[in-house]
Write a protein that binds this ligand. Structure first.
Ligand SMILES: NC(=O)c1ccc[n+]([C@@H]2O[C@H](COP(=O)([O-])OP(=O)(O)OC[C@H]3O[C@@H](n4cnc5c(N)ncnc54)[C@H](OP(=O)(O)O)[C@@H]3O)[C@@H](O)[C@H]2O)c1
Length: 268
């Protein structure tokens, strides 16, 4: 982690920087000396991060207010970076949300919003910043997927599908970029204590939670060393198990666990 700045500095861009894992990425990268473009909708939270970095004499945090579900947002983000005369050398595609429930109970706008934010914005931003990194033969791209991306998850169908997309996108891009000077890492957090749970309609689960700081430490340690990192031992067991279990069995287990966790009575 000590070499992260030397390898990927000086400028990072973190999406979903206003809370949870993205906020922790912003703080840790700024602490390492990065100038961090912090992207999210809640500008007041990004301003607070900027002030904290000034107060603690860390790398500069530059807020960018953008709704990444909007197809025009990536252009706005790129313009904000260019206006500063800077280029991004480390891109952290982190912003994302989920919504629990059977498909008909999830508002269509939320279902499509997950696709727009968790998939479309990730591809759009990567398309915009990767070419420059390749030209300079130097850079890093982090994609935050989820352990749920390894498991087709009933009552979390759209979310788990978007995270599977992120996983395949990131892993494939890792192989594509090998030898180019650009490192790509896909991060698979499991249950992590953030605002994600409340936003997705989850209750407090029995499984062990990780902290956002631990997820970011796992990511920065793994960047440049491997294509994917699963954060935490418990989550490693789940994701490795899910990759080797027969598909039918995996789906039955996922259905059983989700029905139990959601305390669903019907359908059988
Ligand atoms: N927490 C977990 O248990 C867990 C597990 C596995 C994977 N993950 C993944 O980790 C990533 C970060 O989630 P988190 O746990 O840190 O959740 P979080 O605390 O809810 O943070 C989500 C971030 O995404 C931003 N965001 C949401 N909608 C946005 C939009 N339309 N445009 C721009 N930014 C938007 C939010 O900022 P604004 O609301 O200010 O826009 C916030 O900064 C997500 O991709 C999530 O899928 C989380």
């Amino acid at each position: 982690m000590r070499d992260t700045y030397a390898t990927y500095g000086p400028v990072a861009l973190v999406t979903g920087a206003s809370s949870g894992i993205g906020e922790s990425f912003t703080k840790q990268l700024s602490e390492l000396g990065f100038t961090v473009f912090a992207v999210a909708r809640r500008i007041e939270r990004l301003e607070a991060l900027r002030e904290l970095a000034v107060a603690e004499d860390r790398g500069e945090v530059i807020p960018i207010a953008a709704d990444l579900q909007d197809p025009k947002a990536a252009e706005i983000v790129l313009e904000a970076v260019t206006a500063r005369g800077l280029t991004v050398s480390l891109l952290v595609n982190n912003a994302g949300f989920g919504r629990l429930g059977n498909l008909e109970s999830v508002p269509r706008e939320a279902a499509l919003g997950m696709v727009d934010l968790n998939c479309r914005a990730v591809v759009d931003l990567t398309c915009r910043f990767l070419p420059g990194m390749k030209e300079r033969k130097r850079g890093g791209v982090i994609v935050v997927s989820s352990v749920v991306g390894t498991i087709p998850t009933p009552w979390f169908a759209v979310y788990s599908a978007t995270k599977a997309f992120d996983l395949y996108f990131g892993e494939a891009l890792y192989a594509e970029c090998k030898g180019s000077g650009v490192d790509v890492l896909t991060v698979l957090p499991g249950l992590t204590r953030t605002e994600f749970q409340a936003g997705s309609g989850m209750r407090d689960y029995h499984s062990p939670y990780r902290s956002a700081e631990q997820v970011v430490q796992s990511a920065l340690k793994a960047l440049g060393k491997k294509p994917i990192v699963v954060d935490g031992l418990f989550n490693k067991l789940i994701s490795h198990g899910s990759r080797f279990l027969p598909r039918g069995l995996l789906l039955s287990v996922a259905r059983f666990v989700m029905r139990k966790e959601l305390r669903l009575e019907a359908p059988k």
